[in-house]
Design a binder for this molecule. Structure first.
Ligand SMILES: C[S@@+](CC[C@H](N)C(=O)[O-])C[C@H]1O[C@@H](n2cnc3c(N)ncnc32)[C@H](O)[C@@H]1O
Length: 265
């Protein structure tokens, strides 16, 4: 079947209400964190309780449109993540899988306290055991050649180190919180199969949809700002020359064993 990549301009909750139950295998959501970012036509500075109510309303729809074997990843900043965790687990009965820390290595400096260097991503599933997890698709190079290591590569673990897409990067768009494609690549390869339907309710500059396009997934992206929907459509039409955080160590021969060091063990 032909691949379908759909962009929708509108409010995430209103648009999700139009989808049938159980229509997406994976939801990868990077909502506004309520940190007063300037997203053009929308405000990112709700009152504390209003932000939690907003989170509850889109997560309720997200759970409904997720397949019974589906997975949801929610990006979140420190201020609200524990509350969002409680909504996902205690209010909506989803199953916790992983708390992923994205360590972005550089960022703004603080002089009274520690400079922030991570965002976090909550990974929950709708069923406790029945969900997709393609570990072989996301293995990373082992640190050492050793006979007892799986030289196909290691599990990437739950701390992911990728730099931001810097303003000088040729792939940087005019969006204040563009995420590296590598984050979505790992999520999408691990938690969906080719041909699956993936939803991003807050698509921004189109990072998730670009990854879905290049990894043979069907995808729907929603954003309330028409300029970001236009940006996403333009990005999807650009010539592809590799993901923006490509690590060329993945091309090395992972089956090579350094026999000398193995004999020494
Ligand atoms: C954190 S950004 C997403 C960034 C995206 N992951 C990327 O890599 O470019 C959040 C996005 O949510 C959008 N947004 C805010 N409120 C929304 C709502 N109620 N419905 C849909 N989109 C919304 C903003 O316009 C913004 O582009």
């Amino acid at each position: 079947m032909a691949q379908r990549i759909i962009t929708i301009c509108g409010d995430a909750v209103t648009e999700m209400k139009k989808f049938p139950d159980a229509s997406f295998r994976l939801i990868a959501a990077d909502p506004p964190y309520n940190l007063s970012k300037n997203y053009g036509n929308n405000q990112d500075n709700l009152k504390f309780t209003d932000y939690l109510e907003f989170s509850r309303s889109w997560l309720k729809e997200a759970k409904r449109v997720l397949t019974d074997d589906g997975s949801i990843y929610v990006f979140m900043g420190m201020r609200y993540i524990s509350y969002v965790y409680i909504i996902l687990e205690q209010e909506f009965g989803l199953y916790f899988n992983s708390w992923i820390t994205w360590h972005y290595t550089q960022g703004t400096g603080k002089t009274r306290g520690y400079s922030p260097r991570h965002d976090d991503i909550l990974f929950f599933t709708k069923h406790p055991q029945n969900f997709v997890f393609n570990l072989d698709a996301i293995r990373v190079p082992q640190k050492y050649y050793r006979a007892r290591n799986n030289m196909q590569g290691a599990n990437p673990g739950n701390v992911w180190e990728f730099s931001h897409v810097h303003y000088c990067n040729r792939d940087r768009k005019q969006h204040p919180t563009q995420k590296p494609e590598a984050l979505f690549e790992r999520i999408i390869l691990a938690s969906s199969d080719e041909g699956d339907k993936v939803l991003d309710p807050f698509v921004g500059s189109g990072t998730s949809l670009r990854v879905c396009q290049q990894t043979n997934r069907n995808a729907t992206g929603i954003d309330i700002n028409p300029e970001y929907i236009a940006m996403t459509n333009e990005r999807l039409a650009e010539k592809f020359s590799g993901f923006d955080s490509f690590d060329d160590r993945v091309n090395r021969n992972t089956m090579q064993l350094n026999l000398f060091s193995c004999e020494m063990e």
